[in-house]
Design a protein around this ligand. Structure first.
Ligand code: KE4
Length: 426
């Protein structure tokens, strides 16, 4: 059996950094990555044959767990009809109707293949629609790796301590203005400075890439009001929160309707699919009806649409989100009790089925707070948890994702492993 470390050494010869996405390399926790051979429900098995309870869940998409039988059936039936046509298909229409029915801000969508494409395209559409160039983003918000959004990005860049990225021209960066999360005054200040120049404010309504950080009371409502007053578009990046925080996304949970919404992860059902959308009068600015160009060879891929559509159908079943909330609350309580039994300072942020345990003396309301966390202690904790068969996202600045496949036994085993890990790093 080939070990993960052997595979990683080989991969580093032919794949940049040995991984196809930086955060998978586990640099920040001073580990080498586990190579996964298969997943089933809430568990994955490494190439070394070790079983893990999985809280990465592919960084969010697998809210039903790995290899859900109904999703596999939907993929299996669809793929027999062909994989891609570069022409419209009925299933793309069914997918668009389902997503538009679910998400309050959506009258029309355009499907793409990744969250990065969705947010990049939404920003271009906002700039084309408003004929303005400047954008506002949140310090520590992560929206994929499009140039204009790689400014103080969260997720892997924060994990690796990279403030931005080489290769992005300063002329691009100077059009992107930063504000802290949960800080209305900072947004007001930018609009006062540039009253008629802001095309859009893009935000993760529940921050997920500085660790999980919920919006404070009335924050999103205030941002909605300010963007409206200044004729700037409000873009909710719901790539994580869409169909995770609620079936209608964070916008339905907090009752705030943005002008554009970006979705990804869950809506692909484990295959590459994402989308962006909004009111018809904005979306009709997109080619071919309008003059904002955007395109994609595999956009709306029928097999990915089938996986996503089946996933959303299952999520629409009764009590789904009640169950996810119960499981999230149970795990949070277990972590809280385990922390309180030690002298280790920690704070847990949770929304539904995604949470972050911050090794931090204080509550976390924004990136600055999150960066006060003890990342060394997180790395120790991660390693001890992995040695006990629990796979966490290898970063203090990511969320633990639960799925409908995580059982009570999984959660009890996880809580026990947390108790052991905290004692060992106390
Ligand atoms: P992708 O291009 O990776 O499909 O989506 C980019 C993206 C956009 N918006 C939000 C809110 C996101 O969280 C992401 C991607 N999330 C990261 C981790 N939180 C994906 C993991 C990775 O980069 O490997």
């Amino acid at each position: 059996m080939t070990t993960s470390s052997d595979l990683f050494s080989e991969s580093q010869q032919v794949i940049a950094g040995g991984v196809n996405s930086p955060v998978r390399a586990c640099d920040s926790v001073q580990e080498t990555p586990v190579f996964i051979a298969k997943g089933q429900g809430s568990h994955v098995t490494s190439s070394d044959g070790t079983d893990y309870i999985d809280f990465v869940c592919s960084w969010g998409p697998l809210i039903l767990g790995h290899a859900h039988p109904e999703v596999l059936d939907a993929i299996g039936e669809t793929i027999l009809l062909g994989t891609t046509f570069g022409a419209p298909t009925r299933i793309e229409l069914d997918f668009a109707k389902t997503v538009c029915d679910a998400i309050p801000s959506l009258e029309k969508i355009r499907a793409v293949s990744s969250g990065t494409e969705a947010t990049m395209s939404a920003i271009r559409l906002a700039r084309g629609y408003t004929k303005r160039d400047k954008i506002i983003k949140i310090n520590g918000g992560y929206h994929g790796h499009a140039d204009m959004l790689l400014v103080a990005p969260g997720s892997g860049a924060t994990t690796l301590g990279i403030p931005g990225s080489a290769g992005v021209p300063s002329s691009i960066i100077e059009q992107t203005h930063l504000v802290p999360f949960n800080d209305v005054a900072a947004v007001k200040q930018i609009f006062t400075q540039y009253p008629n120049d802001i095309a859009a404010l893009i935000i993760e309504p529940i921050a997920g890439n500085m660790g999980v950080v919920p919006p404070q009371k009335d924050y999103l409502q205030a941002i909605r009001q300010l963007t409206k007053e200044h004729n700037a578009l409000l873009i909710f990046d719901e790539v994580i929160t869409g169909f995770r925080a609620a079936y209608g996304g964070a916008q339905s949970l907090y009752n705030v309707t943005p002008d554009l919404t970006c979705l990804g992860k869950i809506i692909g059902g484990g295959l590459p699919a994402a989308c962006f959308g909004g009111r018809t009068e904005i979306m009709d600015h997109l080619a071919p009806t309008g003059d904002v160009y955007q395109a994609g060879t595999l956009s709306g891929n029928p097999v990915a649409m089938a996986a996503g559509l089946k996933t959303l159908e299952i999520l629409a079943r009764p009590d789904t989100y009640k169950t996810l909330e119960q499981r999230g609350a149970y795990l949070e309580q277990g972590l809280t009790d385990a922390l309180n039994a030690t002298s280790i300072p920690g704070h847990i942020n949770r929304v539904g089925s995604v949470l972050t345990l911050f090794f931090n003396n204080n509550p976390v309301y924004n990136l600055h707070d999150a960066q006060q966390s003890d990342t060394k202690r997180f790395a120790q904790f991660f390693r001890v948890m992995r040695s006990q068969g629990i796979l966490l996202p290898p970063s203090q600045f990511e969320g633990w994702f639960l799925s409908l496949a995580h059982t009570q036994a999984d959660l009890d085993q996880t809580i026990k492993a947390v108790q052991t890990a905290l004692i060992s790093i106390n």
